[in-house]
Design a protein around this ligand. Sequence first.
Ligand code: HEM
Length: 142
Amino acid sequence: MSDAAAETEVAEAPQPPLDVEALEPCIRACVRDFYEKAKVDDLLGPVFNGSIRDWDKHLSTMDDFWSGALLGTQRYTAAPFPPHLKLTMGQEHFDRWRDLWIPSVEATLPDPIRARAISMGEHMSHCWGRAYTMMTREKADA
Ligand code: HEM
């Protein structure tokens, strides 16, 4: 994605009433679809498999994270970025993450939340990638 595209606004949160009960299973399906690909991906697989010991727990954390981002539920209350700082990655990992995330969203999420899941994924992969590379470079230079 270009810098200009990354600066555009993330699609607005869908307005209530959202059928949370019907959408939660879609989010779970999306998370699982993504990780089935990510676990065996040549770039992302080694990072995920090298760090995650309890997959059920990780998937449930990711369900909660995306449910919060897309439906406004508040089960996920942690800071999502810091745990990534202990991993070894570059912008290419975040680009690949986006390339796997968007087709999973398109395959599993219906209209009221699909556009936001795509634009959040694009925005986060770009911004986290930049922040991550800057912060880990500073650490290496220190
Ligand atoms: C920008 C897109 C990304 C988003 C939105 C995202 C989101 C998250 C969230 C919410 C968590 C849970 C943090 C917690 O425990 O509270 C997490 C953990 C994790 N993510 Fe990401 N992530 C992204 C990119 C990546 C990439 C590119 C990788 C590389 C493979 C990655 C690998 C991991 C790993 C290994 C963990 C578990 C860390 C641990 O051991 O605690 N993530 N991610």
